[in-house]
Design a protein around this ligand. Structure first.
Ligand code: FES
Length: 329
C-alpha cells in the first residue's frame, strides 16, 4: 500500500489496482475530475514518485507535460509513496453520489436538436448536489450517458437537463423518438467537480458552447439566489454556437450586472451579435485575465483552445475550471 500526499499535506492510502482518484474518494477526499476516462485532462497533477497507468491512456497530456511529471489521477495508481501538487476539494466532501429511480416529469423542444427534459425524484430522496455538477442518466436498456443539471436545487427536487441529439446515438433515439411523460429511468450522481469554487478574482468569466450552457445556467441561478457571492465582481457569460438556433435560450440574469454575450461562428446575414469562437471573442474584449477565473463548459476543442490562449495571455493556470463534453454514440 502506497501513501499519497497532497500539496496541503493531507494524505491517503492508494491500494494496488485502484486509481489515485478513486483511492482519494474511498478515503473521503475529492480530487478535481470530470470524465474519469482519460479524455478531458481535468484530473491532471504533477507527481513525484512512481506511478503506473491502469485505466484508459494519457494521450491528452502533451509531451512537455509528460516530461515534467504530469499524470492523470483517473488513469494511474501509485507504486511508491508519492506527492501530488494538487489539493482536495473540501466543498465536495459531503456530497455523496447515489443511484435513484426517477420519472420523466415533462419535456419540450428548445431547438431542432435540443430538448429540455425535467425529471422528478422520489419525494423522500432528493439529490444533494452543487450547481454545475452532472449525473449519469441510465436508460431502459441500461445505456448510460452523462448530462449536466441545468438548475439549482429546487423545493420540489426536480432536475432539468438540456439534451442534444447525437447522430446515431443510442440514447438520442430514446430522447428524440420514444420519450414519454412518466417514463421510469434511473440516475447516478451527482458527479464532477465543475462548480463555483473560486470567487476571489474580480472577473468571473463563463465560457460555454452548445449545451455547455446548462451547468452555467445552474451556476447563474446560484448567483441570483445569493448575490453576495459576486458582490463587487464583474461577470461575463460567453455562449457560442454555429447558427442562430444554437442560442436557444436567454439565461435569467436577475438584477445582477452580468454581461451575456452570445457568439456565432457561422451566422446568417440577419445576425447582429458577435461572431467567431467564444474564446477569441473573449480575448478580443481585453478583460484583465490576471485577475480572472474562467469556468468553461462545452466541446473539448473549445476548452483546450481557450485554456491555451487564456493562460498565455496571463490567466493563472489554476484559475481555469472546465467540464468537457466528451461525446459517445
Ligand atoms: S482525464 Fe481524468 S477526469 Fe477526465
Amino acid at each position: 500500500m502506497s501513501t499519497v500526499t497532497l500539496s496541503n499535506e493531507k494524505t491517503f492510502p492508494c491500494e494496488p489496482g485502484v486509481t489515485i482518484l478513486d483511492s482519494a474518494k474511498k478515503h473521503g477526499l475529492v480530487l478535481e475530475y470530470s470524465c474519469r476516462s482519460g479524455r478531458c485532462g481535468v484530473c491532471k497533477a504533477q507527481v513525484v514518485g512512481e506511478t503506473e497507468v491502469i485505466h484508459h491512456d494519457e494521450s491528452v497530456l502533451s509531451p512537455e507535460e509528460v516530461a515534467s511529471g504530469h499524470i492523470l489521477t483517473c488513469c494511474r495508481t501509485a507504486l511508491s509513496d508519492i506527492r501530488l501538487d494538487i489539493e482536495d476539494l473540501g466543498q465536495f466532501a459531503d456530497i455523496k453520489s447515489k443511484t435513484l429511480p426517477c420519472r420523466v416529469d415533462s419535456f419540450r423542444r428548445l431547438a431542432d436538436d435540443v430538448i429540455e427534459v425535467v425529471l422528478r425524484l422520489p419525494p423522500k430522496d432528493p439529490l444533494n448536489y452543487l450547481p454545475g455538477q452532472y449525473v449519469d442518466i441510465i436508460g431502459k436498456s441500461g445505456v448510460r450517458r452523462s448530462y449536466s443539471i441545468a438548475n439549482i436545487p429546487r423545493q420540489d427536487g426536480k432536475l432539468e437537463f438540456q439534451v442534444r441529439q447525437v447522430k446515431d446515438g443510442v440514447m438520442s433515439q430514446y430522447w428524440f423518438e420514444e420519450l414519454a411523460s412518466n417514463d421510469l429511468l434511473r440516475l447516478e450522481g451527482p458527479k464532477g467537480t465543475f462548480a463555483l469554487r473560486n470567487t476571489t478574482p474580480t472577473n468571473l468569466i463563463f465560457l460555454a458552447t452548445g449545451t455547455g450552457i446548462a451547468p452555467v445556467k445552474a451556476i447563474l441561478e446560484q448567483l441570483i439566489a445569493d448575490p453576495g457571492l459576486v458582490a463587487g465582481k464583474k461577470v461575463w457569460v460567453y455562449w457560442g454556437g454555429r447558427h442562430g438556433q444554437d442560442i436557444y435560450l436567454t439565461p435569467e440574469l436577475g438584477s445582477l450586472p452580468i454581461a451575456f454575450i452570445p457568439v456565432l461562428s457561422r451566422p446568417d446575414s440577419s445576425w447582429e451579435g458577435r461572431t467567431g469562437y467564444v474564446q477569441d471573442v473573449l480575448v478580443h474584449d481585453e478583460i484583465d485575465l490576471a485577475d480572472a477565473v474562467v469556468y468553461a463548459c462545452g466541446s473539448e476543442h473549445m476548452i483546450h483552445s481557450a485554456k491555451e490562449k487564456l493562460v498565455t495571455l496571463g490567466l493563472p493556470h489554476k484559475n481555469f475550471y472546465s467540464d468537457a463534453f466528451v461525446s459517445s454514440n
